[in-house]
Design a protein around this ligand. Structure first.
Ligand SMILES: [Zn+2]
Length: 368
């Protein structure tokens, strides 16, 4: 059992500039305060900070990974799509959809983000280590072979996984617990019998022309890949217990049956209870439990070979805490950071006490 985790990171990822607005829409003429786009550098600055300064800092080994090459990208993405991104002048900002913004210099940054995922995967598979995590942005799981979507341009996990296949990997599984449907990863491996793709997400359905996939349970794969795509569209507000139960009762059995050689996790934290983009109400405890389960499943199925790649998570401070909790679970450590916002996670005891107090106060008021 390893008690160290390799983290792959390139500080250039801070510089991907998605601009400002009313959340992700254009600035409102009616409002004096302009916000940053939710997928901004500060969210990853806090993730980087908590890993460098938090309780697990001593268990992390930091590496600057490679830059994805053209041939790396072409294993997952179409030539025409890569050409389209590469041809955008470095000084230009291009909006691919209402929400998906490619800023000045973003091509190089996206190649570096994909490169961190490749290096993390190589660390685990080729160099015969166990667990690695790529701290990257922009996220990747909505990026399809020929299309950008949902803040994503290159599918970091898809590119990394294909790099391993070029070196002899036969079977892998991807578990995506970002709160949104991992439609890009689904699309890339939809007909592939060797790659099991699992997405656990809130039931948001299809969105616009860049996200025609519904994320519903009937998208199960096609051709030889039939049965190798599992969508778990969870009801809004699902919470910690529901995520843990679905992992144990639905995801883990399917992964076991697939016999992967490496387990990839699309590790977003936007299922957290304070996320502006999510409605699933997970706490740090929920993320800790997911991390612990991912590690146990990798230990059981694929000799502990586990690659986590950062996806969404937009509550700038709380997502960082949830990442720390996730990696503590992955490291099989006891949770060490108290939840700074734990007052929102009602336990049964707290609720019982609250109800008793309300009844008592009401009885006193009625007697007057
Ligand atoms: Zn997301």
């Amino acid at each position: 059992m390893t008690d160290h985790l390799a983290v792959f990171f390139d500080s250039c990822v801070f510089d991907h500039d998605t601009g400002e607005g009313f959340f992700e829409a254009k600035p409102s003429p009616h409002l004096p305060i302009i916000e940053m786009h939710p997928e901004n550098g500060d969210r990853v600055r806090n993730m980087h900070g908590i890993l460098k300064q938090g309780p697990i800092a001593g268990a992390l080994d930091w590496y600057q990974g490679e830059i994805a090459s053209r041939s790396d990208l072409e294993r997952f993405h179409t030539v025409a799509y890569i050409d389209e991104l590469a041809s955008i002048p470095v000084t230009e900002t291009r909006r691919f959809s209402g929400t998906t913004v490619f800023g000045p210099g973003s091509y190089d940054i996206c190649c570096r983000a994909a490169g961190q995922a490749i290096s993390a995967a190589n660390h685990v598979f080729a160099a015969n280590n166990r667990i690695a995590y790529a701290l990257v942005r922009p996220p990747g799981h909505h990026a399809q072979p020929g299309m950008a979507d949902g803040y994503c341009f290159f599918n970091n996990i898809g590119v990394a996984l294909e790099t391993l296949r070029a070196q002899g990997l036969r079977r892998a599984a991807v578990i995506d617990w970002d709160v949104h449907h991992g439609n890009g990863t689904q699309e890339g491996f939809y007909q592939d019998p060797d790659i099991l793709t699992v997405s656990l997400h809130m039931n948001h359905g299809a969105w616009g022309s860049t996200h025609p996939q519904t994320g519903d349970v009937d998208e199960t794969g096609s051709a030889k890949g039939l049965g190798k795509n599992l969508n778990l569209p969870m009801p809004f507000g699902a919470g910690d217990a529901a995520y843990a139960r679905v992992f144990d009762q639905v995801i883990a059995p399917m992964v076991r049956e697939h016999h992967p050689e490496v387990l990839f996790i699309a590790a977003g934290q936007d299922a957290n209870q304070f996320d502006p983009n999510g409605r699933q109400l997970l706490s740090m405890t929920g993320f800790y439990e997911l991390g612990k389960r991912a590690r146990a499943l990798a230990d059981e199925c694929c000799d502990g070979k586990l690659v986590l790649v950062q996806e969404g998570g937009y509550a700038i401070s709380y997502a960082a805490y949830c990442l720390h909790a996730t990696l503590e679970g992955v490291l099989n450590r006891a949770p060490s950071l108290p939840d700074p916002l734990a007052y929102m996670t009602d336990t049964t005891d707290e609720l019982d006490q609250f109800i008793e107090r309300m009844k008592k106060m009401h009885a006193i008021a009625s007697e007057r």
